[in-house]
Design a protein around this ligand. Structure first.
Ligand code: HEC
Length: 119
């Protein structure tokens, strides 16, 4: 009996762990997950590989690939967009809207993820 209870406990703990990974959202008090944030917030306009240079719905807006950048430089750029002080092509507001809900810790994790995974 004790064994059954114990394995039920282990199973539910495993389920809980899997669940918390699945429900990660920016702004929750969980360790920042750069990959989850990228897939949730950036992929639609910058593509899975970071090389997409135009939002398909806004095809007249063209920007550079976000690959091959140093993490610290990228994080600084994202923070500047977040505060509205960067506007390279006149569409900085789109970036600000996306980034405004992210903390510095989340932006740093996001920049690290992009710079290590998108060459
Ligand atoms: C709604 C579409 C959209 C989303 C979502 C989006 N971006 Fe952007 N991104 C843009 C546009 C438009 C620009 C050009 C802004 C400007 O005029 O400076 C841009 C510019 C950038 C640049 C600078 C590129 C260059 O040309 O130098 C980086 C880096 C970047 N985005 C990263 C991100 C990251 C990281 C995310 C996720 C948090 C994200 N973007 C989400 C549309 C988007």
């Amino acid at each position: 009996m004790r064994k059954i209870i114990l394995s039920a406990l282990v199973a539910s703990a495993t389920l809980l762990a899997a669940d918390s990974a699945a429900v990660y959202k920016p702004g929750l008090l969980l360790p920042a997950n750069g990959e989850a944030i990228y897939k949730h917030d950036c992929i639609q306009c910058h593509g899975a590989d970071g090389k997409q240079t135009s939002d398909t719905g806004l095809s007249r807006i063209v920007y550079a690939p976000i690959t091959g950048l140093d993490a610290a430089k990228l994080a600084k750029e994202l923070k500047d967009y977040r505060y509205g002080s960067l506007n390279k092509y006149g569409y900085g507001a789109l970036m600000k809207t996306t980034l405004v809900d992210l903390s510095y810790e989340e932006i740093d994790a996001l920049a690290e993820y992009i710079s290590t995974n998108m060459k």
